[in-house]
Ligand binder design. Structure first.
Ligand code: B1H
Length: 830
């Protein structure tokens, strides 16, 4: 139990680094062996690879520890403003290499282990990546905390330590089967539990008013609670000696909880109660881009947000801190609507627990939150039924009602008694049931609201949050997403990194705009040759990885055409499938000679939400098309479809650097940003893409000549939709499309069984919400331009180099600078 008032113990030696910085291989060996003996409890000769991995991780940790402790102390001393990033997801990827790199320990560790007779590469492969996120939104959070640490900006990432992360995907007869992701089973060397800093998180019950020396106050009498135990992870900056913190909460049953039931004599019931409480952090919800309105999900959200806000106020800030100055010390960034319940929670803490008046609390709250929206899909805007919210968090519902009342009063003052407008803007929706619109609550409460790419932010202002943008024009801003060049270039593509460093010096890793220097080198034939050799080497590396992993081969001479991202209809994996089937149909029907087809290997990576039937059927179809195309002798091996199961960060790091062509083919106006698109461009793939999300900015930067644009624009989509879109017209109008759809319908990919993929085909023919058929012809034409361009390898390589040279804007360091300038105003602490 924390006791902020108590004197803290001191000792003169306590100021020295706990472990002196690594100066030698010998020092590393010594620390490694110490950890092997004292933490793992084994001698070197008796140790197995997992012992060695854990001891190695422990050694890296030891070297970072002194910096970590110093940084926490410094940030407290300087009373600096901290970015508290609230996110239900952090898709971290493996930690070992990242932390070795950040601490400049890679070479020392490699040599030290070699001296012990261990190949560090064998240990790397043992790390199970913490998959505590679904896709782009979770990976973005991981990139952002990397950049903040690298830029020396005080940051605490707050989230949930799911016991099971994103499911492991396997294929059985081509169909997705999910397996639990027991990532903690072999030990978790990267996090530190702090049970002494646990928070009690309450739920349910009722509220009552009481008289507090003449003022009427409200209190919440909850009826159950759980403990939130923080697990701290190090977030080391790159080569700057800084270490920030990622604090993930785990749910643990309170003693009081089971004692009460236990005293009633029901042992089994008390164990059940414990399980119930601990379920809260049991598993990541595997939905991406669409929320699940389940009660447990709301419990998760409140659980981590309440723990985080109270952690910051009660343990990070000094005990006597004047909370009217809270905005000087913190900004809570809401990563989508998942943490928005934090708004009424901060109000409740300030009013009910700290005795503040409503108006003061509201003024503070409005300065302490900012909201990032990550979507445009209307079905993805999170709402909570009033019944559910009121049952789980009765006090919060009261607070939300009052926020809404005062907000609607403001709307009336501003726009008059316009009932339609009031209904449209109300935080409480009425149809189909009374519900709290979390995006509206976030918009009203947040100091700033941002979208994640220019087009997306524009559409937020014009459409999704139009009325709010009219009322608060200054609230709205854009911050285009970014990715960390440390993980996605330096670590994932060491050969390219070396080539760039040789050409430009090492500074690009923290100043990605320096890649501009490569533009001139695109004209240099020798540089092009070396760049091409890097790509070829990355294909060979991918071949090894995929052969090891799945027993499949990637042909180095093929164009590598890659579509990796969550399976979602709006992302239009089906368009890619139709392209492949069209090429295959050409060969199979004898219309096209196999020898005239550009050899291509298509790589897919995609998990489908387990409850998303159509997405799972599309996965099945991709696998089915693969097994037919890959085994038809008429194809002469010139087309190959590979779908490695369980696409994750670790696999992305191998696939992306090997890619020639990046598929970014969502329907215009549906993909908020995309971040995979940036990773590909920065690794020298050319993009075939629609005018959507950050594709727009990629194309503007790399230039039309180095980007294959196709498809309707967002306004064109709107027009066609308004006219009444009939996909069957496009089927009728285009022979190639007819051929492809008919081939699928015929059972050619399902051993003659016409029923298997019938739902996929009829969905396209009669519904096609994401207008796959409307963009088919334009997509095929663009792919023909790709083939033509690829035929001139030297010109292609030049384009690839220009993609790298001109994509420095997409560093997450730049995203962080934009957040700092436009939203957070948090200077680095040096
Ligand atoms: C994105 C999500 C998302 N947008 C709900 N929305 C979730 C929504 O568990 N849920 O309920 C999980 C995730 N994820 C993605 O965010 C966008 O689709 C991408 O376009 C964008 O690049 C990414 C990061 O901004």
């Amino acid at each position: 139990i924390v006791n902020p008032g108590a004197a803290r113990p001191t000792h003169p030696l306590a100021l020295a680094p706990v472990v002196s910085p690594p100066s030698s291989v010998d020092g590393f060996v010594k620390q490694f062996l110490t950890n092997l003996n004292f933490d793992q409890g084994v001698s070197l000769s008796e140790s197995d690879a997992n012992d060695q991995y854990l001891a190695l991780a422990g050694t890296v940790r030891d070297y970072l520890m002194a910096r970590w402790l110093e940084d926490q102390a410094r940030q407290n001393e300087q009373q600096s403003k901290t970015v508290c990033y609230l996110s239900a997801e952090y898709l971290l990827g493996r930690q070992l290499d990242n932390n070795l790199l950040a601490a400049r320990l890679t070479d020392i560790a490699t040599d030290a282990l070699a001296q012990c007779g261990i190949d560090i590469n064998d240990l790397r492969e043992l790390e199970v990546e913490p998959g505590l996120g679904n896709g782009g939104l979770g990976r973005l959070a991981a990139c952002f905390i990397d950049s903040l640490a690298t830029m020396s900006v005080p940051n605490i990432g707050y989230g949930i330590r799911y016991e099971y992360g994103i499911f492991r995907q396997t294929f059985v007869d081509g169909e997705q089967v999910e397996q639990p992701d027991a990532w903690l089973r072999m030990g978790s060397p990267w996090d530190f539990p702090h049970p002494e800093a646990a928070q009690t998180i309450s739920f349910g019950g009722r509220t009552e008013t009481y008289d507090d020396n003449g003022t009427e106050r409200t209190r919440w009498i909850p009826d159950w609670s759980v403990l939130a135990v923080p697990y701290n992870m190090m977030v080391p900056g790159y080569h700057n000696g800084r270490v920030n913190t990622l604090r993930l909460w785990r749910a643990v049953a309170t003693n009081a909880f089971d004692l009460r039931i236990f005293n009633s004599g029901d042992y089994e019931e008390s164990v059940r109660a414990q399980t119930f409480a601990e379920n809260i952090s049991k598993v990541l919800y595997p939905e991406d881009s669409t929320p699940q309105g389940k009660e447990l999900r709301l419990q998760q959200q409140y659980f981590f947000v309440s723990a985080s806000i109270r952690d910051f106020i009660d343990t990070v800030l000094p005990a006597d801190y004047d909370l009217t100055k809270l905005p000087d010390r913190v900004i809570f960034q809401l990563n989508d609507t998942h943490p928005v319940i934090g708004v009424p929670e901060l109000m409740r803490v300030l009013i009910d627990e700290k005795g503040m008046e409503w108006d003061d609390a509201w003024a503070i709250t409005q300065q302490c939150f900012a909201y990032t929206c990550h979507t445009l899909l209307p079905e993805a805007l999170e709402v909570w039924p009033v019944d559910l919210l009121g049952r789980l968090l009765p006090r919060h519902l009261e607070i939300i009602y009052r926020i809404n009342e005062e907000f609607l009063e403001e709307v009336r003052e501003r726009f008059g008694d316009d009932m339609l407008r009031i209904r449209n803007m109300s935080i409480i929706g009425e149809h189909p049931y009374r519900s709290v619109r979390m995006a509206y609550l976030a918009t009203v409460a947040g100091a700033k609201v941002n979208g994640v790419a220019e087009l997306h932010s524009q559409l937020l202002r014009d459409k999704v949050l139009h009325d709010f943008a009219e009322m608060y024009p200054d609230k709205f801003t854009n911050v285009t997403n970014g990715i960390t060049p440390r993980r996605f270039i330096r670590l994932a593509n060491p050969s390219l990194a070396e080539l760039i460093t040789e050409a430009l010096g090492a500074g690009w890793t923290i100043d990605l705009e320096r890649l501009r220097g490569l533009e001139a080198l695109a004209e240099d034939p020798e540089f092009r040759e070396r760049f091409g050799a890097v790509k070829a080497a990355n294909k060979r590396r991918l071949n090894e990885v995929l052969f090891q992993r799945d027993g499949v081969h990637v042909d180095e001479t093929h164009m590598l055409d890659v579509m990796v991202k969550r399976l979602h209809e709006y992302k239009r994996q089906m368009l890619k499938v139709l392209h492949i089937v069209t090429l295959y149909d050409g060969i199979a029907s004898g219309r096209v000679a196999a020898a005239d087809v550009t050899p291509r290997t298509f790589i897919f990576g995609a998990k489908a939400a387990p409850g998303y039937a159509m997405a799972k059927r599309i996965i099945h179809l991709i696998n089915a098309v693969g097994s037919v195309v890959n085994n038809d002798p008429r194809v002469e091996g010139r087309l190959k479809v590979i779908f490695p199961p369980n696409y994750n960060v670790t696999l992305a790091e191998k696939v992306i650097p090997a890619a020639d062509l990046s598929e970014q083919i969502s329907l215009a106006g549906k993909e908020a940003s995309g971040t995979g698109n940036m990773k590909f461009a920065l690794n020298g793939a050319l993009t075939i893409g629609t005018d959507d999300g950050a594709n727009v900015e990629i194309r503007q930067l790399v230039g039309d000549d180095n980007f294959f644009l196709f498809g309707m624009t967002e306004p064109e989509v709107e027009v066609l939709w308004a006219q009444g879109y009939t996909p069957a017209d496009f089927y009728q109008a285009h022979a190639g499309l007819r051929g492809a759809l008919d081939l699928i319908s015929s059972g050619a990919f399902s051993e003659g069984d016409r029923s298997v993929f019938e739902p996929v085909v009829s969905n396209l023919l009669y519904d096609d919400r994401f207008m796959v058929l409307a963009d088919y012809a334009s997509y095929i034409a663009a792919q023909e331009r790709v083939d033509a361009a690829y035929a001139d390898q030297d010109a292609w390589t030049k384009s690839a180099i220009l993609n790298v040279a001109r994509s420095g804007f997409f560093s997450s360091d730049r995203s962080m600078r934009d957040y700092i300038d436009r939203i957070w105003h948090t200077p680095p602490v040096l």
